[in-house]
Design a protein around this ligand. Structure first.
Ligand code: DMJ
Length: 650
């Protein structure tokens, strides 16, 4: 055997000279066997893929998610085709920037996700710090989330009239006018706040018109995932009633025009937060309807609320957090304790949904929130407290984590305020409120060791966590509101607690270099009302502390709340003002903090509105006629406010 024979593969071996034809035949035969073997292997692999892989559905889902990626690319392209806003060039550029994927890396969004993630982790719902980023509202990520396919919304069956039904013709719009405070100092402060609103609006209008929010430093549009992937003009909708109250009629008219021409529920074709769409859009539009009687606002609110309804198709009626209105896909956040729904989200619908049913004649919305109420009411409450997570399929609580800050806050707010909004009719809500606030007072209310500051701790299973979120500071105002609106044996105590907590929240501002309060602050043997970690030190234009100043001012008439509000307004002006609007800051303890380049839509809806009302005469939006939803959108009180505009069949 020659060398060649040894090193060459068999089929390349040269036949020996004069080799017989039979040997060529043998070669063909061998080749045929080889090809046959290859063919059989290929067929086996193909059929194996179909029959033997563990989960064929998984493969299909992967194909489906590829489809979604493709769809997202299509959405991006569609985003470029939006009608031109007033400053078309800049905004068009913004859209390019907004859609090119940068928003995923947006430091503000990342920070916010991190905060939520930390919170959930500290509650023991997650394992120690993972390398992967937390899942929040990334609609493309379907791992580790609860996903249900449900029917897309049926065509509106509502009896709401297209125009002119109800009491629009008989009730004039709210007249804004003679509501200046006689004190010239207050008038000056109020003017200053109005100028802040003008600055915030102008920047948004120039650089981000139609986008959800503004980046006031880099001067472009911005959007958080809660609003979906399209520009839905969140800032416009959120700001409208503030513009109206401030008498900024031209800007209000511009906003109305945008809403009329571009706000379209049928373009909600990516995941949106039901809670955020409700408090900002449905609440904001209903507020405008109540004040003006303009049915455009009512009908847009109605369309958006109907688009959210597929998210309520669960065995319990407890809605999911996220829904894609056009497809009906709904799910919960993967990080939320076994993919539970969140107390502050499903518990913050009642005011808007009940009012919407009243002004449209469409009973569907009231039914939805009444069902949620019945489920929650019947459940056992560990220690009389409501955990932050509830599984919408089993109707069982998730992690035993209780908080009046993030994940819990506005659930408590809506128990009291829905009773107020209903003109005292919803006594069940009031009973639930008293039960909840009584247990919070008994179990979570604490005094700091250093100087006796009153605060509300969180609870993880049986252990208190001595920390408050900025978000939790609304509860000072809520205690005060409860004390005045429902006078009973607890009123004195609640009035005192409301004032004390508001004082503590003011301390959290007063003890920083910027005079703005941190996102979270803690209490221990050695410290009080102080952020301890870097990621607790940011201020993102939140309203809750100023909200409590406003409510306490209205309830008590104590002038110190106006002074505290003015301190906050000046601090915002000093540290948050940017060339094209207002930005959050990254560290309240730095005397020259870096800005985060996001102007939150709630800054215009809430923070500036509360400041403006704080320096106005009390006759502007009196609290015995109006009750503000959790996004500070005023809704009329049934039976007490002639602008209630209840729908009546004609
Ligand atoms: C607002 O969107 C609402 O107040 C909500 O209830 C929680 N907080 C933000 C602003 O901080």
């Amino acid at each position: 055997m020659g060398v060649t024979d040894d090193i060459l593969p068999r089929f390349q071996r040269l036949p020996a000279a004069g080799a017989a034809a039979g040997s060529r035949q043998g070669f063909r035969c061998r080749e045929t066997h080889i090809f046959l073997a290859i063919g059989v292997t290929i067929v086996f692999i193909c059929f194996g893929t179909i029959f033997f892989l563990p989960d064929l559905g998984e493969s299909i889902r992967r194909i489906d998610s590829l489809g979604r990626v493709q769809k997202r690319v299509q959405d991006t392209a569609e985003g470029f085709l939006l009608p031109p806003p007033p400053h078309a060039d800049e905004a068009h550029e913004n859209l390019l920037l907004r859609h090119d994927g940068n928003q995923i890396e947006d430091p503000h969004v990342v920070q916010d996700r991190q905060k939520l993630y930390d919170k959930v982790r500290s509650a023991g719902a997650l394992p120690p710090p993972p390398l992967a980023k937390p899942r929040h509202v990334d609609s493309g990520d379907v791992d580790n989330v609860e996903v249900d396919e449900v029917e897309p919304p049926a065509a509106p069956a509502a009896p709401a009239p297209a125009d002119g039904g109800g009491s629009r013709e008989t009730v004039a719009p709210l007249v804004i006018g003679d509501d200046e405070d006689p004190d010239p100092v207050m008038r000056h402060r109020r003017d200053t706040v109005k100028k802040m609103m003008e600055h915030a609006w102008k920047g948004y209008q120039m650089y981000a018109w139609g986008s959800n929010e503004l980046r006031p430093v880099s001067k472009r549009g911005h959007s958080a995932g809660i609003f979906g992937r399209r520009p839905m003009g969140a800032t416009i909708v959120d700001a409208m009633d503030t513009l109206y109250i401030m008498g900024m009629t031209e800007q209000f008219a511009e906003g109305r025009r945008w809403i009329q021409e571009h706000l379209d529920a049928s373009s909600l074709d990516s995941e949106v937060s039901i809670f955020e769409m409700n408090i900002r859009y449905v609440g904001g539009l209903l507020s405008c309807f109540a004040m003006t009687g303009d049915v455009l606002f009512r009908d847009k609110a109605h369309a958006i609320a109907r688009a959210l309804l597929p998210g309520f198709n669960t065995p319990t009626g407890i809605p999911y957090s996220l829904v894609v209105p056009t497809t009906g896909r709904a799910k919960n956040y993967g990080w939320a304790s076994g993919a539970s729904s969140i107390l502050s989200e499903f518990g913050t619908l009642h005011m808007e949904f009940s009012y919407l049913s009243d002004v449209t004649g469409d009973p569907e919305f009231r039914k939805k929130v009444e069902r949620i109420r019945q489920v929650v009411r019947k459940l056992d409450k560990p220690n009389g407290l409501y955990p932050n997570y509830l599984n919408p399929k089993t109707g069982k609580w998730g992690q035993r984590h209780m908080s009046v800050g993030a994940l819990g806050d506005s659930f408590y707010e809506y128990l009291l305020k829905e009773w107020i909004r209903s003109g005292g009719e919803d006594v069940e809500a009031l009973e639930m409120f008293h039960h909840a606030i009584g247990n919070i007072t008994q179990r979570l209310l604490k005094k700091s060791k250093v100087s006796g500051l009153t605060y509300i701790a969180e609870m993880q299973y049986e252990r208190p966590n001595h920390k408050m979120d900025h978000l939790a500071c609304f509860i000072g105002g809520l205690y005060a509101l409860a004390a005045v609106t429902d006078s009973n044996k607890n009123s004195e105590q609640y009035a005192r607690i409301g004032a004390e907590i508001t004082h503590t929240c003011h301390e959290s501002y007063d003890r920083t270099a910027t005079k703005l309060g941190p996102e979270n602050f803690r209490f221990s043997d050695a410290i009080e009302a102080k952020a301890m970690k870097m990621q607790e030190k940011y201020y993102i234009l939140r309203p809750e502390v100023i909200e409590s100043y406003f409510v306490l001012w209205r309830m008590t008439g104590d002038k110190k709340y106006r002074e505290w509000g003015w301190e906050a307004a000046q601090a915002i002006e000093r540290h948050c003002r940017a060339e094209a609007g207002y930005s959050g800051i990254q560290n309240v303890e730095s005397s020259s903090p870096r800005q985060d380049d996001v102007q939150q839509s709630y800054f215009l809806a809430e923070t500036l509105k509360y400041l403006y009302l704080l320096f106005s005469d009390k006759s502007l939006m009196p609290l015995d006629e109006w009750v503000l939803n959790t996004e500070a959108h005023p809704l009329p009180i049934r039976g007490a406010n002639p602008l209630y505009r209840e729908w009546r069949a004609t």
